[in-house]
Design a protein around this ligand. Structure first.
Ligand code: 5GP
Length: 183
């Protein structure tokens, strides 16, 4: 099970999709969120978009392996989505924050490979968030502010990779996965 975390905007979603495309043994775990869908996002593909009420009902039922409140929205990994992937014999790829990664680490039976992706700098992160044009000004501000807190958790991961360039970062992660699988 591959866990990718990073400050928001560091390129982790792009890299997750590239891993799934290049290595057919991986499937991305589709999370639930109460965040509004961005214009390019598809329900059931990028996230399961639910209301806060629906999320809280699922939470009460114990439907999630982990969950986190990020920028005022709930995000969670449902047991169903992960179990479906495992049943089909695929490796699971999680695109989740450090709080979720910590909760998954509590499940000792899970074989987790945890990688933290860093942007080259805070300035570069802000530039990317503005350039991708998917979040409002307030949301970008929150994401940049969270950066300093997020990166304090990089040392809880097995590997830290800087995303200076998507191809380089992707190749470094593929190499780490191969090494892990060969051990
Ligand atoms: P975004 O709103 O930009 O799609 O995601 C914001 C943050 O939420 C990202 O750091 C992403 O990795 C994290 N995230 C997405 N899904 C989950 C989840 O199911 N659990 C947790 N803990 N974090 C998630």
């Amino acid at each position: 099970m591959l866990v990718l975390s990073s400050p928001s905007g560091a390129g982790k979603t792009t890299i997750s999709k590239k891993i799934q495309q290049s290595d057919s043994t991986f499937r991305i775990s589709v999370s639930h969120t109460t965040r509004k869908a961005r214009p390019n996002e598809v329900d059931g593909v990028d996230y399961h978009f639910v209301s806060e009420e629906e999320f809280k009902i699922l939470l009460k039922k114990g439907a999630f392996y982990e969950h986190s409140i990020i920028f005022g929205n709930y995000y969670g990994t449902s047991k169903n989505s992960v179990d479906e992937i495992i049943k089909k014999n695929f490796n699971v790829l999680f695109d989740i924050d450090w709080k979720g990664a910590k909760q998954l680490s509590g499940f000792k039976k899970l074989d987790l490979l945890k990688i933290f992706i860093l942007p080259p700098s805070k300035e570069e992160l802000e530039k990317r968030l503005v350039a991708r044009n998917q979040d409002g000004k307030e949301s970008i501000k929150k994401r940049v502010l969270a950066y300093s807190q997020d990166i304090k958790h990089a040392n809880e991961y097995d590997h830290v990779v800087t995303n200076d360039n998507v191809e380089n970062c992707f190749n470094k992660i593929l190499k780490i996965i191969k090494e892990h699988l060969n051990n």
